[in-house]
Design a protein around this ligand. Structure first.
Ligand code: NAD
Ligand code: AHE
Ligand code: ZN
Length: 370
């Protein structure tokens, strides 16, 4: 069958819109019609060529929502017509990690996912006589894609695709980092570095958790208004206070340091600031931002000796098949907001404009509607 896709032929080049051949679902696999997809900074990171797992040509995109159209042999939990959100962090409920309940980093298919292929080691996409690779096991920049059953969260049918696609990455990552990973308690102080598609959801998570001071840090002054709307209480622009004074500014605002900080940029210098602005004795800094291979974080070990903790989180620590349907419910019940963060909606043909808007700091989330 022919599908419409934005193909990443080469690192550093714009995506090219075209027609791609897709094979049917093999045993354990599901054909999904993607109705909408967000553009996350991680897609831009991989397209840039810095991602060691970036393989080309590929169909990028990992923040989608759609409808099951066909299921392969042995699929038991989904039927055609079900509404689903693809999961780049699947939940097999059977691997050592899933059974441990200590982490959401299911290992069932991580190896093949990172190689751009399905669990049987082959790709379902072909174009101009050559294989086109999958991306993060999702490839939502195509109007049809194939995923393993364990990488699909079944969600309610009345939820709008063009909004809940964002739960496939940004919303869950940000809110989950606060609730699942940090487990912020009422009255605690937090700092959030980077107020983009992820950081604003961290702010929203901190508000829901009942945090007291919610300090946002961003170079883009235009981010302040939206962040305040989502619960930020104080704004620090490194260009105003001085980049070397950011830690001090946060400590001054939080009686010696925040209980938790979140790095939502992918900048290793900022990761250091995020650790060092936490409170002596117990402060925890959580890395969300993705930095390229070869980049390293550093700090004086004394920072850890004196009780600060450095941690990280992927997909907000969420177990996708269990947690994502609940987050969709929260949205539908008005407990979390998504709509104001989706600043741009476009057809697939304009997807490169979505990347341009992100790089220019003009969008928070762009969503492609098929
Ligand atoms: P984004 O581009 O929407 O937001 C980044 C924000 O950081 C922007 O507001 C920008 O102005 C700000 N910024 C950039 N440099 C800064 C600096 N030096 N100091 C302060 N602010 C600065 O990106 P996003 O989609 O929110 O993604 C953020 C990061 O999170 C990326 O690295 C992405 O790859 C990563 N990510 C990780 C996970 C995960 O599971 N760990 C999930 C999604 C995204
Ligand atoms: N291939 C990349 C991995 C980047 C990364 O850390 N990805 C996050 C999700 S970002 C979503 O926007 C993740 O889930 N990490 C856990 C994992 O298993 O990949 C690189 O830099 O190598
Ligand atoms: Zn993402």
């Amino acid at each position: 069958m022919q599908v419409r896709a934005a193909i990443a032929w080469k690192a550093g080049e714009p995506l090219s819109i075209g027609t791609v051949e897709i094979g049917g679902p093999k045993p354990g696999e599901v054909l999904v019609e993607i109705m909408a997809t967000g553009i996350c900074h991680t897609d831009a990171y991989t397209l840039s060529g810095l991602d060691p797992e970036g393989i080309f040509p590929a169909i990028l995109g990992h923040e989608g929502a759609g409808i099951v159209r066909e299921v392969g042999a042995g699929v038991t939990s989904l039927v055609p017509g079900d509404h689903v959100i693809p999961l780049y962090t699947p939940e097999c409920r059977n691997c050592k990690t899933c059974l441990s309940q200590k982490s959401n980093l299911c290992t069932a298919i991580r190896g093949t996912q990172g190689k751009g292929v399905m669990p049987d080691g082959t790709t379902r996409f072909r174009c101009e006589g050559q294989d086109v690779m999958h991306y993060m096991g999702c490839s939502t920049f195509a109007n049809f894609t194939i995923l393993p059953e364990i990488a699909l969260a079944k969600v309610r049918k009345d939820a709008p695709f063009e909004k809940i696609c964002y739960i496939g990455c940004g919303v869950t990552t940000g809110i989950g980092a606060v609730i699942n990973t940090a487990k912020v308690r009422p009255g605690e102080n937090v700092a959030v570095f980077g107020l983009g598609g992820i950081g604003l959801n961290v702010i929203q998570g901190a508000r829901i958790a009942g945090a007291d001071k919610i300090i946002g840090v961003d170079l883009n002054p235009a981010r302040e208004a939206m962040a305040r709307r989502f619960g930020m209480t104080h704004f620090v622009n490194p260009n105003d206070v001085g980049r070397d004074k950011v830690v001090q500014a946060i400590q001054d605002l939080s009686d010696g340091g925040v209980d938790y900080s979140f790095e939502c940029i992918g900048n290793t210098q900022v990761m250091r600031q995020a650790l060092e602005c936490t409170h002596r004795g117990w402060g925890t800094s959580i890395i969300i931002g993705v930095a390229a291979a070869g980049q390293e974080i550093s700090t004086r070990p004394f920072q850890l000796v004196t009780g600060r903790n450095w941690r990280g989180t992927a997909f907000g620590g969420a177990r996708g098949r269990t947690d994502v349907p609940k987050i969709v419910d929260w949205y539908m019940e008005g407990k979390i907001q998504i709509d104001p963060l989706i600043t741009h909606v476009m057809p697939l043909e304009k997807i490169n404009e979505g990347f341009d808007l992100m790089h220019a700091g003009e969008s928070i989330r762009s969503v492609v509607v098929y």
